[in-house]
Ligand binder design. Structure first.
Ligand code: AMP
Length: 428
């Protein structure tokens, strides 16, 4: 029988790597908490409609990349391709904005998109994200971006660039859309077939095209910034002024449109500039989506909102590979034969006490010789081994072996934990 394998684009994370994942997520929530963001968790599956209405019908995500299935009750569900639509649904469903005027949420979790797998691009990938609801001010955008920068710096990432743009609100968007259609229609036939199809459905997305046939017309395309209504322009200028005041370097990129329909006004992307990510160099992105609440909840539910999401796999690829600090580990060695269950039980009890005292403690339960147990202790990186045998049971003392200094000491059983803690504190 062929060996079973994980589905393409869906990865296992083995323990050595999982330590880095956990550290990354904890660092994110710690940083976010300092900015007043609290964790929210939403389901992995949602009704398909949430994404087709939220993310947008004409987007790649909805058209080609969603994992859609029918559940046993005949409901059309999708594995979530992103976190924003779910978080907004959750905020509306639980009426959180009736209890507090401004909500700051952070999340982490798996997302699913049926994309062609490549380095830094997977079908199950993971994001951390942050969202602010109920604050339409440009300062909210700048604060959110400040959190983003603080998090990246906490990961020791320095080689990144923040690109910002504004798409305006509906009126600006419509004006710009018309200008784009006029521009691209002038040489329609020279565009790639995909961009020709986008011309009527979603002309902004032509600006995302990497197809060589589209590049010349793309370069001469009108800038969205020249089509912003006055209030949208003023909003964007203020976002930039706050970013400057906070010392956040950024570059205005008028071609930045992003692949989701719900954005209004500010959009941004953070790009890795170290070169270590190759083609998939976007670490994350986001923007303002002031219409999504009313899209889901009706006009009465209008709430300004802004958020970002970062890809964990890409952050891990971009982060410097610092070896994790070695934890202080202990191995309890049971000098017991198979019939000596009392000795093994005593070893298990001691291991349990040491764990309760906060020490990572390993115990080998296979009834192998003390020599192989000590070898195993070395393999797991134990700094000390505590040997328990019949003699130790009788004298109520145990032998502590310092695996680095190769020195052995007899220690009263009652003070093993204290002895080990002192060893943990001693320089190696
Ligand atoms: P988006 O939701 O498309 O704005 O994506 C935000 C971030 O999520 C990207 O910048 C990537 O870091 C990450 N991301 C999106 N799609 C994938 C994918 N298929 N595989 C890995 N990471 C992804």
């Amino acid at each position: 029988m062929a060996l079973l394998q994980a589905a393409p684009g869906m990865n296992d994370v083995l323990p050595a790597e999982a330590v880095r994942w956990r550290a990354l997520e904890s660092r994110f929530f710690e940083t976010a908490a300092r900015y007043g963001f609290r964790e929210v968790r939403t389901p992995l599956c949602e009704p398909v409609e949430l994404f087709s209405r939220g993310v947008g019908e004409g987007t790649d995500i909805v058209e080609k990349e969603m994992y859609v299935f029918e559940d046993r009750g005949g409901r059309a569900l999708a594995l979530r391709p992103e976190g924003t639509a779910s978080a907004v649904r959750c905020a509306l469903e639980h009426a959180v904005l009736e209890r507090e005027p401004v909500v700051r949420w952070a999340y982490a979790g798996a997302m699913f998109r049926a994309e062609k797998p490549a380095r830094g691009r997977f079908r199950q990938f993971h994001q951390v994200g942050a969202e602010v609801y109920g604050d339409g001010s440009p300062a909210a955008d700048a604060e959110l971006l400040d959190l983003l920068g603080a998090f990246l710096r906490a990961l020791n990432l320095t080689a990144f660039e923040l690109r910002v743009n504004s798409l305006g609100q509906r009126a600006s968007r419509q004006r710009y859309r018309d200008a784009l259609v006029a521009h691209f229609s002038s040489a329609r036939e020279s565009l790639s077939p995909e961009s020709q199809a986008r011309l009527l459905k979603n002309p902004l997305r032509i600006l995302d095209s990497k197809d060589p046939r589209d590049q010349a017309l793309k370069a001469s395309a009108p800038s969205v910034l020249d089509h912003l209504e006055d209030d949208d322009r003023a909003h964007f200028e203020r976002v930039r002024a706050y970013l400057d005041a906070l010392g956040t370097p950024h570059r205005v990129d008028p071609t930045l449109v992003r692949g989701l329909d719900y954005y209004t006004r500010t959009v941004f992307e953070v790009v890795d500039t170290s070169g270590s990510l190759g083609a998939q160099d976007a670490l994350g992105g986001g923007g303002r989506y002031d219409n999504l609440f009313s899209e889901f909840g009706g006009e009465g539910a209008r709430v300004p909102a802004v958020g970002f999401a970062l890809g964990l796999e890409r952050l891990l690829l971009a982060m410097p590979q610092t070896p994790p600090a070695g934890a202080f580990r202990v191995a309890v060695v049971a000098a017991a034969r198979e019939s000596d269950t009392a000795v093994l039980a005593a070893a298990l009890c001691l291991a349990r006490e040491l764990r309760a005292a906060g020490l990572e403690t390993h115990v080998d339960t296979r009834f192998v010789s003390p020599k192989s147990q000590l070898r195993r202790a070395n393999e797991v990186g134990a700094r000390a081994a505590v040997i328990v045998g019949q003699r130790e049971l009788e004298t109520d003392k145990v032998t502590v072996k310092d695996m680095l200094a190769h020195a052995q000491t007899e220690v009263p059983r009652a003070s093993v934990a204290a002895h080990l803690r002192a060893l943990a504190g001693s320089p190696e």
